[in-house]
Design a protein around this ligand. Structure first.
Ligand code: ADP
Length: 484
């Protein structure tokens, strides 16, 4: 418990358990909970999508609807309130046209307008609630309007003047680029053109970076990488200019939600002291995948969006070598780009007794793979943080990863001589480098004692929010000081 509780408003387009598309939802679901555990008054604000029903989440209307600018007209926003099971107050902003009539989080032609209405709604909601946070924590481009408005216009209003801002970059690939007409739409004509923006365009990610008191991304390594032209996605000049304000904080894992001791979806619960029970999960997984049930054959698992940034272009030659030249098994769970669906279908046909591809999203099967596979492969091109490798380690599956972003910050390469390490790491983005790491893993797997030690070291790592939530608190204090 802290002696100096902060008031923190956490803004996100998605949050577990209300709406989830990707990792941002996991963070928005679990970081506020951890901050609350540290004694802070943290509250979450998200749009209310059509999929979020009043009955499921016990939503109550708060106050009267208010109007926000929206082009030539005005839009009404209602604030709905609820509290999560862990006691975090949640405000959901309801606007019929832009949010509640939509069944999805993103992917509409008017996403820029939708999140402009949300941003304007956040400001109006704070007034309605008469709640003044010490710090507003905005996440990704969808919420960047808020720190931008606060810096450019908020100082004129004593209500908003003292609110500090932290802006977190979860995924630099999505920047919210739109035409400058959006500024008229949101009545923010004073937003100046930034040199990283295309003529006539607004880049909300860039605006959030330019106008927040402090900026961070989700691992230290990724915070370094995005300063380079190769990985800065056009924003590296701006990020370099604000380098002294840029930090890296690793995402935590919700240790209650991901726990092999209590996970109700895995056939056999286990922990680091009863690791031999894990073997039964491998058998169950081989059965489910209709692969030969062979305990001695190393089983490599992979759970991923089928996207180029996840390293999918390496997989054809890697699996040709892994399955063609070794006695190994492979199970994939993933969906995404159709060309990769075809690729994995063809691999499955070529290696029927060794490979199985589940081309779908399946949260339960994912847990069974983490609990049953011997190794977990993540050959990503870009990985700001990555959750898969952390879950794998918690569930005793040894990660094989490319040295990038959060993968580099969480997995320590194993070398037999030094007797430490938690997985196998490769650097070059080539099938040969990936195969070399796999080959080292297959060799180590033959030494049961060494392998067990490797699993146990991974399971002993602490990837819970405890440390990272403290780091966020430090950033909030820093943002407040800088704001003053
Ligand atoms: P990203 O957010 O870039 O997709 P992360 O590794 O940070 O990558 O998080 C991905 C999360 O989504 C992990 O928890 C992973 O288990 C889960 N996941 C990915 N694909 C699937 C799938 N097809 N079925 C079930 N879970 C999946």
């Amino acid at each position: 418990m802290t002696t100096n509780p902060l008031r923190i408003l956490f803004l996100s387009a998605e949050a577990v358990p209300f709406a989830k598309v990707g990792g941002l939802a996991d963070v928005a679901g679990s970081l506020p909970k951890a901050l609350r555990g540290l004694g802070h008054d943290v509250r979450l604000m998200i749009p209310r999508y059509g999929t979020i029903s009043s009955d499921d989440f016990d939503l109550d209307k708060i106050g009267e609807p208010f109007r926000v600018p929206a082009g030539a007209g005005k839009e009404y926003v209602h604030v709905m309130g609820t509290t999560t099971d862990e006691g975090v107050p949640v405000y959901l902003l309801w606007n019929e046209h832009y949010f509640t009539s939509r069944e999805k989080v993103y992917g509409f032609e008017d996403d820029a307008q939708r999140f402009a209405v949300f941003g304007r709604g956040v400001l109006g909601a704070l007034k309605l609630l008469d709640w003044k946070p010490d710090v507003i924590h905005a996440n990704d481009w969808h919420t960047a309007l808020v720190p931008t408005w606060l810096e450019l216009s908020g100082w004129r209003d004593p209500f908003f003047r003292d609110m500090a801002t932290l802006f977190t970059i979860h995924n630099l690939a999505y920047q919210g680029i739109t035409g400058r007409l959006i500024l008229r739409f949101a009545q923010m004509d004073d937003v100046e053109h930034l040199s990283v923006e295309q003529p006539g365009a607004v880049n909300w990610m860039a605006q959030g970076i330019a106008h927040s008191d402090l900026i961070n991304t989700v691992s230290e390594r990724y915070a370094q990488e995005i300063l380079s032209p190769e990985m800065g996605m056009g924003l590296d000049p701006l990020l370099n200019a604000r380098k002294d304000r840029l930090h890296g904080v690793l995402n935590g894992l919700d240790y209650d939600a991901w726990n092999p001791v209590t996970d109700p979806h895995i056939p056999h619960n286990f922990d680091v002291r009863a690791l031999n029970r894990r073997a039964a999960n491998k058998i169950a997984l081989q059965q489910q995948a209709r692969l030969p049930v062979r305990s001695e054959v190393p089983l490599v698992g992979m759970i991923t969006r089928l996207d180029q940034v996840k390293g999918m272009d390496l997989m054809e030659p890697v699996l040709t070598w892994l399955l063609g030249e070794n006695n190994a098994q492979f199970i994939l769970l993933g969906t995404g780009d159709p060309r990769y669906h075809e690729m994995f279908e063809s691999i499955q046909k070529r290696f029927p007794g060794q490979a199985r591809a589940f081309l779908k999203f399946d949260a339960v099967l994912a847990r069974r793979i983490y609990a049953g596979a011997d190794m977990f492969l993540m050959p990503s091109l870009i990985e700001p943080c990555g959750l898969g490798q952390m879950i794998a380690m918690r569930y005793g599956s040894v990660p094989i990863v490319r040295e990038t972003g959060g993968l580099a910050d969480t997995v320590i390469d194993h070398t037999p001589e030094r007797g430490h390490g938690t997985g196998f790491v490769f650097s070059e983005l080539t099938p040969e480098a990936c195969n070399d790491a796999l080959r080292r893993a297959l060799e180590t797997y033959q030494d049961k004692e060494m392998w067990r030690a490797l699993q146990m070291r991974g399971m002993g790592c602490d990837f819970s929010w405890t440390a990272s939530a403290e780091e966020y608190v430090n950033l909030y204090h820093k943002a407040i000081t800088l704001h003053e």
